[in-house]
Design a protein around this ligand. Structure first.
Ligand code: ADP
Ligand code: MG
Length: 643
C-alpha cells in the first residue's frame, strides 16, 4: 500500500489592534513560492532566522480561498472518491484556527474551509455520473476530556468512546444528520457552533480550551460499465483544536488551571503520538492517552489523507508559541499515512436503502400493471391523512421498528379488486389496503430517494469543466512549489564541487560561498539544539507544576478520606479501604475505576436464652414507621455517623 506524508501548511494572520498598540514587531516572514517560513528570534537579532519548509506558506495577504484551492481541494475530492480525509487547525489561541476552519461570510474569499468543503462535496456529488451518495454530518466537542454532541437532543450529555473491530473507534450515541444540500450543512454547522458558545457562556467555560470535530460521513454507491454495483464509504474530519499555548503562560488558576491541564494533556498526547510516529524506533503509539488521539487515530499514521494548518501570530511577543507551533508542524510533516479507498463497508446504510428502493420499485411496477396508478391520486381525504401519519411515524421510528412496520405494510393482502371478495365491507378494506400499500410504497420510495443525492448536474458541462479545472489547478501549484524549491537548491554543495571552473579565483570564490553557507547551517543547527533544550526545560517545568497540583489534589482527597473513614460503620465493606483498593480495577474503555458496591454485612449476635416474653405492646404507628425507615435505608447508607 502506497504511503503518503501528512501535508502541512502554515498560515500567519495580520497583526491585530492590540499587538499594534503594544508596538509589536513582526518576527514571521515567508517565501510563499517555495513554501518557506522564517522566524526571527527577537532576543537575538544577530542570529539568522529559523527556517522551515512546508507544503504551503500563507501570509497575511492570502485568503482561505487560495488555501482551499491549492491544498485542501485534492483532499476533499478524495473523500468523494472513498478516501478518508482530515483537516485540522493547530496553533495558540487567537492565531486564526477558527478563522481558517469556520471563516467569515464577508469577504467571501475568507469563507472557512468547512463551508468550502460542503460546497465542494455537493458540487462533486451533483456532477457524478452513475453514482448515488448518502451524506451525513455529525459535530462533537471534547472539553475537559468529555465528549459532547453539539447536534444532539441533550448537548450536555457526556458520550462514551467505543471500539469496534470493523468500524474502529467511534462515539456511542453521536447523532448523525442526513444532509441533501450545502444550505442544510451550513445550518447544521451554525447550530453546532451556537450550541458550543451557548454552553460556554452558561457554564463559564472558555471555547479556546475545547476541541471540535465536524465530520461528514459519505456512502457512495456506483455502478460500473459492466453494470456491477460498488459501495464505498469515507469520512471527512474537520477539526478545530484547542489553543496550544502553554498553561504556565495563560496564568490560569483553580478550576481554569484544572481545565487547562486536561486540555494540555490532550494536546501533549497529540504531540506524543506525532513524535512516536516520526521516530521510527517507536513500536507503541500512545493513541489511548487521550480522547482526541483516539478519535484522530486513523488520521495520524492510518488510513486517511491528512492536512494540518499551523496558525501563527506575526508578533514578537508570541515568538515562543510561534516557534513551538512551527516545531510541532515540522514534526507532523514526517508522518506517513496509508490512505486507501474504503470498499464495501459492512455497516453501510446506503446498501439497506438501495435494497429497499429496489423492492419498493418492484411493488409499484406490479401495482401499475394491475390497475391504473393515477387512481392512487383519487385517495379520499381521510386516507391521505392516514398516509401522512404513517409516513411521519416511519420517519420518526428507529430502524428496527421501521423494518417491522414496513414488513406489515408490505404484507397487506396482495389481491386485486374484484377478486373473490363478496362482502362489500371486505372489498372496501382490501381496496383500501391495496391503495394504502401502493401509496405507502410510493411515499416511502420518495422519502428514500430524497435521502440519497447524486448526478443532478451530470449533464451540466460548464460545472463539470470548472470542477476538472480546480482539480488540475491544485496539481499544477504543487509542481510549481517543487520546482521552485529545486531551483533554490541548485547551488547545492554537489553542484559547486562537481562544477568545472575557468580559473582558480572563481573556484575559490564559489567554494568560499559554499563554506559560508555551511557555516550558517552549522550555526542554525547549534541554535536549534539550544532552543530545543530550553523548550524541553519549559515543558519539564509545565509537567512539574501539573504534578505538584495533582499531588496537592491527592493530598486533599487523602485527608478528607482519613476524616470520613472513622465515620464508616465497621460492618460496611468500605471500612477496609485497603481491601477496596485491591478489589478496584481500572477500566480502559470508560477511563474510570470500577469500585466495589458499598455493602453492609450484618453480623448476627449469639442467641440470647429465651425469657418469657411479655405480650408485645401495641406499637405506635410512628415508631413502627421509623423502624421501617432505618431498616430500609441501611443497605444503601454505608456511612452513618456515631452520634
Ligand atoms: P483561534 O480560533 O485560533 O483562537 P480566531 O480564528 O478566533 O483564533 O482568530 C482571532 C482573531 O483574528 C479573529 O478576530 C479573527 O477574525 C482574526 N483573524 C485570524 N486570522 C485572520 C486572517 N488570516 N486575516 C484576518 N483576520 C484574521
Ligand atoms: Mg477558535
Amino acid at each position: 500500500m502506497a504511503s503518503e506524508a501528512v501535508k502541512v501548511i502554515v498560515r500567519c494572520r495580520p497583526m491585530n489592534e492590540r499587538e499594534k498598540a503594544l508596538g509589536c514587531k513582526a518576527v514571521v516572514s515567508m517565501e510563499s513560492a517555495r513554501g518557506q517560513c522564517f522566524l526571527q528570534n527577537p532576543a537575538a537579532t544577530s542570529e539568522p532566522p529559523k527556517q522551515f519548509t512546508f507544503d504551503g506558506a500563507y501570509y497575511q495577504e492570502h485568503s482561505t480561498e487560495q488555501i482551499y484551492n491549492e491544498i485542501a481541494y485534492p483532499l476533499v475530492e478524495g473523500v468523494t472518491e472513498g478516501y478518508n480525509g482530515t483537516i485540522f487547525a493547530y496553533g495558540q489561541t487567537g492565531s486564526g484556527k477558527s478563522f481558517t476552519m469556520q471563516g467569515v461570510v464577508d469577504p467571501s474569499i475568507q469563507k472557512g474551509i468547512i463551508p468550502r468543503a460542503f460546497e465542494h462535496i455537493f458540487e462533486s456529488v451533483q456532477c457524478a455520473e452513475n453514482a448515488k451518495f448518502l451524506v451525513r454530518a455529525s459535530y462533537l466537542e471534547i472539553y475537559n476530556e468529555d465528549i459532547r454532541d453539539l447536534l444532539g437532543a441533550d448537548t450536555k450529555q457526556k458520550l462514551e468512546l467505543k471500539e469496534h473491530p470493523e468500524k474502529g473507534v467511534y462515539v456511542k450515541g453521536l447523532s448523525l444528520h442526513t444532509v441533501h444540500s450545502v444550505v442544510q450543512c451550513e445550518q447544521i454547522m451554525e447550530t453546532g457552533w451556537r450550541n458550543r458558545s451557548v454552553g460556554y457562556t452558561l457554564m463559564n467555560k472558555d471555547s479556546s480550551r475545547s476541541h471540535s470535530i465536524f465530520t461528514v460521513n459519505m456512502e457512495i454507491y456506483t455502478v460500473d460499465e459492466q453494470g456491477q454495483d460498488h459501495l464505498r464509504a469515507a469520512k471527512l474530519n474537520l477539526v478545530d483544536l484547542a489553543g496550544s499555548e502553554r498553561q504556565s503562560k495563560t496564568g490560569a488558576t483553580g478550576e481554569r488551571l484544572k481545565e487547562a491541564t486536561k486540555i494540555n494533556l490532550s494536546l501533549s498526547a497529540l504531540g506524543n503520538v506525532i513524535s512516536a510516529l516520526v521516530d521510527g524506533r517507536c513500536k507503541h503509539i500512545p493513541y489511548r492517552d487521550s480522547k482526541l488521539t483516539r478519535l484522530l487515530q486513523d488520521s495520524l499514521g492510518g488510513n486517511t489523507k491528512t492536512l494540518m494548518v499551523a496558525c501563527l501570530s506575526p508578533a514578537d511577543n508570541n515568538y515562543d508559541e510561534s516557534l513551538s507551533t512551527l516545531r510541532y508542524a515540522n514534526r507532523a510533516k514526517n508522518i506517513k499515512n496509508k490512505p486507501c479507498i474504503n470498499e464495501d463497508p459492512k455497516d453501510a446504510l446506503l446498501r439497506e436503502y438501495q435494497k429497499e428502493i429496489k423492492k419498493l420499485k418492484a411493488i409499484l411496477a406490479e401495482q401499475m400493471s394491475a390497475h391504473n396508478l393515477s387512481g392512487r391520486r383519487a385517495l379520499s381525504g381521510s386516507r391521505d391523512k392516514l398516509l401522512m401519519k404513517i409516513e411521519f411515524a416511519m420517519i420518526t421510528l428507529d430502524s428496527k421498528s421501521r423494518q417491522i412496520s414496513l414488513f406489515f405494510v408490505l404484507c397487506l393482502p396482495n389481491c386485486h379488486p374484484g377478486q373473490d371478495v363478496h362482502s362489500p365491507r371486505l372489498t372496501q378494506t382490501v381496496l383500501c389496503s391495496i391503495e394504502l400499500r401502493e401509496a405507502f410504497a410510493f411515499s416511502r420510495l420518495q422519502m428514500l430517494e430524497r435521502q440519497v443525492v447524486g448526478g443532478e448536474q451530470a449533464k451540466n458541462k460548464d460545472l463539470k469543466e470548472k470542477h476538472k479545472r480546480r482539480k488540475k489547478y491544485a496539481d499544477e501549484r504543487r509542481m510549481q512549489l517543487v520546482t521552485a524549491l529545486q531551483q533554490s537548491n541548485e547551488d547545492s554543495s554537489e553542484w559547486v564541487l562537481l562544477n568545472v571552473y575557468d580559473s582558480i579565483q572563481e573556484e575559490v570564490r564559489a567554494k568560499s560561498k559554499l563554506l559560508e553557507k555551511m557555516q550558517k547551517k552549522l550555526q542554525a543547527a547549534e541554535t536549534e539544539i539550544k532552543d530545543l533544550q530550553s523548550e524541553f526545560e519549559l515543558e519539564r517545568i509545565d509537567y512539574l507544576s501539573t504534578i505538584r497540583r495533582l499531588e496537592r489534589d491527592l493530598m486533599l482527597f487523602q485527608q478528607l478520606l482519613d476524616q470520613v473513614q472513622s465515620l464508616v460503620r465497621r460492618d460496611c465493606n468500605y471500612s477496609n479501604l485497603e481491601k477496596i483498593k485491591r478489589e478496584s480495577v481500572w477500566d480502559e474503555e470508560t477511563s474510570c475505576w470500577k469500585i466495589p458496591q458499598p455493602l453492609i454485612q450484618k453480623t448476627r449476635l449469639p442467641a440470647v436464652p429465651a425469657l418469657p416474653q411479655p405480650k408485645p405492646a401495641q406499637k405506635s404507628p410512628s415508631a413502627e414507621s421509623q423502624e421501617r425507615t432505618v431498616r430500609c435505608y441501611t443497605p444503601i447508607l454505608p456511612i452513618l455517623p456515631y452520634f
